[in-house]
Design a protein. Structure first.
Length: 173
């Protein structure tokens, strides 16, 4: 027997984000502000958006929400100038709706005019992080980061037989 739960009690996020409110075409919190650019078939539902929103989406210039099987799916897109991959460009929105969404589904597009990375986003690397990781790797391998690795030329033989131990098996049919 299926237990009925009120939709307000659904929370799909393990880590719920901020509580949004809608003022006209603005969807906002204290720190985040979105502009509702397109609302096809009256798809925007504030309660469902609050339940599905994750802070990782703040790095995108546009957030697209589409409905399928009574569930809201959110996907981020970049402006065409920023995107490195073609499938995350906002100009590919029509292709996304045709290929990945239910035919004729209700959807909405929110524009983020001030995109920023979330504090927990691991893809954001800077030079200091890369230097620290290279030092950690070199400590594990037994040498310092500023030392060059001492490689011998390919034409030289190993100095001892213990240095290289190989075992070959030749099989014939």
């Amino acid at each position: 027997m299926r237990k009925e739960i009120a939709p307000e009690l659904y929370n799909y996020n393990k880590f719920p984000g901020p509580e949004f409110r809608q003022v006209g075409s603005q969807v906002l919190t204290d720190e985040i502000q979105f502009e509702l650019v397109e609302n096809y078939r009256d798809a925007f539902d504030l309660t469902a958006f609050n339940q599905r929103f994750s802070e990782i989406l703040t790095k995108f210039d546009f957030i697209v929400g589409d409905w399928g099987n009574d569930q809201l799916r959110l996907r981020g897109f970049y402006q065409d100038e920023k995107a490195k991959e073609s499938d995350v460009k906002i100009s590919r929105l029509e292709d996304y709706l045709l290929e990945y969404c239910n035919y004729g589904c209700a959807y909405f597009v929110l524009e983020n005019r001030q995109p920023k990375r979330a504090s927990f986003d691991k893809k954001h690397h800077n030079k200091v992080d890369q230097d620290l990781s290279s030092k950690r790797r070199s400590k594990r391998s037994g040498r310092r980061a500023d030392q060059g690795s001492e490689k011998r030329p390919h034409h030289q033989k190993p100095k001892s037989t213990k240095e290289v131990q190989r075992h070959f098996v030749i099989r014939q049919k």
